[in-house]
Ligand binder design. Sequence first.
Ligand SMILES: C[S@@+](CC[C@H](N)C(=O)[O-])C[C@H]1O[C@@H](n2cnc3c(N)ncnc32)[C@H](O)[C@@H]1O
Length: 314
Amino acid sequence: MINNYQHNTVLLHEAVNSLHIKPNGIYIDATFGSGGHAKLILSKLNKNGKLIVVDRDPSAIKVACSTLDNRCYIIYDNFSNMIKYIRQLNLLGHIDGVLLDLGISSIQLDDSNRGFSYMKNGPLDMRMNNTTGYTAGYWLNHAKYNDIYSVLYNLGEEYYAKYISKSICKFRKHHSIINTIDLSKIITRSYKSINKHSKRHPATKSFRAIRMFINQELEEIKLLLSHISHILSSNGILSIISFHSLEDRIIKNFMSPITTTNNAYSFSVNQQSILKISKDKKFKFLKKIKPSSNEIINNRRSRSAILRIAQKIY
Ligand SMILES: C[S@@+](CC[C@H](N)C(=O)[O-])C[C@H]1O[C@@H](n2cnc3c(N)ncnc32)[C@H](O)[C@@H]1O
């Protein structure tokens, strides 16, 4: 069944090898997607090994339910909540490795009904869990100018955030922004009006920023990191693949051998919560891995990936 889906797993062997799988160990794949990493982890476990998989997308959970065997627990929730389930399973401090492969899968991106892509017309949704919360369309039609600007500028690092936000607010005075194509056209027109020719599609950064905001992606990582030391066993491995410089900065700071202040983790849009990260447990940074040129040629999506690996030590 997994083979019917077309997500090209990024850094498949590098990420799974980084966990140093013990055949009877207990592992978590906190971003199941279509199960590329999970399937390889399972192939290295014996009948006593356990794999806990997490995803907040109901369609990923459907795949998990139809493909995984009885060595697995499936959690349909945000990974920031997984500590609750690990506690219920009485496994706090007993997890040998946690893997995260952040962002969205190609399956989510390619499905026009999910509204993640400016290349495909569809409802402007962008929720990873499309059963809860507000859609990107709802937010864009109701948010204040300053909030839109802040998301595009801070999360998208979009230099033309001001022009684009103004165009969005102007457009929605007369029409609702409903589909991906509406937003893509507004952004493209803003670029043209400032005579900017971009090598990338002009909507790239804005779409990614709005997706990150709607799904609270940075907050999710920060929350998980704030309690990951309670989940992992001593010497347990944390491996994270990120695709965005802001994500990578949070992970890099967390894994840094130098003790940093809590402020190092603080990134907030609209003065949202500034998280206090517990520094009582320390992690030892082990390695950073980027995809090979071969992988990048075969899977363009992998080009911005960075895998960072750390080990919990006492
Ligand atoms: C890049 S894909 C993972 C692909 C997977 N490693 C594979 O090989 O098929 C990321 C997945 O993580 C899920 N996800 C992202 N952020 C999440 C979060 N905060 N909580 C739970 N799931 C999340 C997405 O729904 C998506 O299915």
